[in-house]
Design a protein around this ligand. Structure first.
Ligand code: BGC
Length: 586
């Protein structure tokens, strides 16, 4: 057994900012809790359920977009960046939420969508009315079509949600008109960030929400903000690229560098805000998928741009020792070497839930992990196995240095709902691919809080139920067994997923030194991953057979089991199948 990497100490930070090793809980607002009984989650529902988050021990919540929106991409189609969607509440409910969260020492982060808005946004409507060449159209990408009648799209780009990235409009006089660019759906026109109006609007927006007590933003889809001048045709994607992954191979719209000057502008704005508002410590976390490219990640997370940038690589890594290590180690080394903070996550609202991913028959196969979280494989799923592995995966992830982002419901071990009827699916991916891709609805099914099916398992608990009326059906149907996953069913069960999350978050705080580096240890076993954080040794068995740890690493035989993903496991000498535990000297 040899130690491969010394454990570097993370860059000395003086007093580290709160977010450096924070646990941030993603609230998908539509699906968290519904206080008015209409079947759709809302801000008042979050206020009512804050106890859950406080008990869990999170430092912050990140709210998915709750601005006025036609909800065609569930809020990622913003019609007004300065308000609250009426179905979710209003500004005074929002203020109440920030206040109530603060009283529990939970910070509130919002989600900002800079690449595009809703086609219902007043600017886009004005652009449609104003005509070609107008300043209103200059805020977006309007172009004439190709071909003799302009009826072919201006270039060959493909959109993320399927189909071309261009839609043709009808001009105000009824004639066939220009085309506009949308990286996602036609209801999400891209802003042209070379237009100063766009820059100024977002500066005003950030400040508006900071003034209301928001402590930071998750920044949506940063990799596609900014496009190559002239919008040239993209070269063909590599042979065999999945339909909804073609977009990611377009070098003229993905990672095009011009956006970085705007992120630098945001960082300056935030730092000025902090200077003029002592006590405030703001954070931005950018969303860019950079699989196997820590160098790209570093283009976003650096002292001039974003404070953090999601590392999604763990969500995309097969359940194997070699791939897990090859995922964590290079990111850790590259970011730590440049003093950049780390973030880890294994679930979000765009990705098949971990319990299901790890339960797939192909969970350990390299070929099944496409490096694109939107492409699902149809392999059969063993949920019991997936749950055991998901427990181990979060036990590993929570041990890593940096911050941890959780997605609502993972603490309940919710599986992906794979059998939603086509008629209820709402994700634009489903519609835009004519049903070839199921989309992301399966991870967005409303949360179960209680065993009571009459209130959608406690999801809807508003006035309607108090009045004895049936509450509205949840916006996506919940499976009949949802109550077995509910908070009520799990909170007093020491072996539950919820108890594991609760203990993990508490052990992170009490047993891990946030400044302790990460060092992997080579061990002679194909299923054993081993790493050190300070005096804590983390061992993960990805195999289906128990490992005799006492023989393999005799020095660990007498260690204390600080926490284990396997309920009741307290013998450091043996490591059950698909289990991760933290060990410390007695
Ligand atoms: C968000 C998605 C959203 C898309 C378009 C993504 O990166 O996470 O949920 O559909 O951006 O805004």
């Amino acid at each position: 057994m040899t130690s491969t990497s010394e454990q570097p100490t993370q860059q000395p930070t003086g007093v580290a900012p709160w977010w450096r090793d924070a646990v941030v809980y993603q609230v998908y607002v539509r699906s968290f809790a519904d206080a008015d009984g209409d079947g759709i989650g809302d801000l008042a529902g979050i206020v009512d359920r804050l106890d859950h988050l406080e008990t869990l021990g999170v430092d912050a919540v990140w709210l998915t977009p709750c601005y006025p929106s036609p909800q065609l991409d569930h809020g990622y189609d913003v019609a007004d960046y300065f308000g609250i969607e009426p179905m979710y509440g209003d500004l005074s409910t929002f203020d109440r939420l920030v206040e109530a969260a603060r009283a529990r020492s939970i910070r509130v982060l919002m989600d900002v969508v800079p690449n595009h808005c809703s086609s219902q946004h007043s600017w886009f409507q004005a652009a449609l009315a104003a005509g070609p060449g107008s300043p209103e159209r200059a805020r977006f990408y309007f172009r004439d079509g190709r071909g003799p009648n302009g009826d072919e799209p201006p270039n060959n780009w493909r959109s993320v949600f399927g189909g071309p990235t261009w839609t043709r409009i009808t001009e105000a006089d009824g004639s066939p008109g220009q085309w506009y660019l949308h990286t996602f759906s036609p209801w999400q026109p891209d802003f042209d960030w070379s237009c100063p109006d766009v820059v100024a609007m977002f500066d005003a927006m950030l400040t508006f929400w900071f003034d209301r007590g928001v402590e930071g933003f998750r920044v949506d889809a940063v990799a596609v903000v900014g496009k190559a001048p002239g919008l040239p045709d993209a070269p063909p994607a590599p042979e065999g690229t999945a339909e909804n992954d073609v977009w990611s191979h377009n070098p003229y719209s993905v990672f095009w560098p011009t956006a970085h000057e705007h992120w630098r502008g945001w960082r300056t704005l935030l730092e000025q805000y902090e200077r003029t508002h002592p006590g405030r410590e703001l954070v931005t976390v950018s969303e860019a998928y950079t699989p196997d490219r820590p160098d790209l990640l570093l283009q976003y997370v650096n002292p001039q741009e974003f404070h953090q940038s999601f590392c999604f690589d763990l969500m995309l890594a097969p359940w194997r020792v070699d791939t897990l290590r090859a995922t964590i180690e290079p990111v850790y080394e590259a970011l730590t070497a440049s003093g950049a903070p780390l973030t880890w996550t294994i679930n979000n609202h765009d990705t098949q839930r971990s319990v299901t991913r790890y339960g797939r028959a192909d969970a350990a196969e390299l070929s099944s992990w496409t490096k694109n979280n939107l492409v699902y494989t149809g392999a059969p799923v063993d949920l019991a196995l997936g749950t055991v592995r998901a427990r181990a995966a979060i036990t590993l992830t929570a041990s890593l240095p940096g911050s941890l982002y959780l997605f609502q419901g993972e603490e309940l071990g919710l599986p992906e709902v794979l059998d939603l009827p086509d008629a209820v699916r709402q994700d634009p991916i489903f519609e835009r691919t004519d049903g070839r891709e199921p989309g992301r609805d399966g991870c967005r099914v409303p949360l179960p809080w209680t065993a009571d099916q009459a209130t959608s398992f406690g999801f809807s608990f508003g006035s309607a139920s108090h009045l004895g009326r049936a509450v509205g059906s949840p916006w996506l149907p919940q499976p009949d067994d949802w109550g077995t996953y509910s908070v009520a069913a799990q909170q007093h069960d020491p072996a539950s997923m919820l108890s594991l999350y609760h203990h993990l978050l508490s052990a992170r705080r009490s047993r891990l030194d946030p400044d302790a580096g990460l060092g992997f240890v080579d061990v002679e076993h194909p299923d054993l991953l081993m790493l050190r954080r300070g005096d804590v040794t983390v061992v993960l068995n990805v195999g289906d057979a128990e490992i005799d740890l006492a023989s393999l690493v005799p020095t660990l035989a007498d260690a204390e089991v600080v926490i284990s993903s396997a309920p009741g496991h307290d013998d450091a000498g043996r490591l059950p199948a698909n289990t991760c535990c933290w060990l410390a000297p007695r």
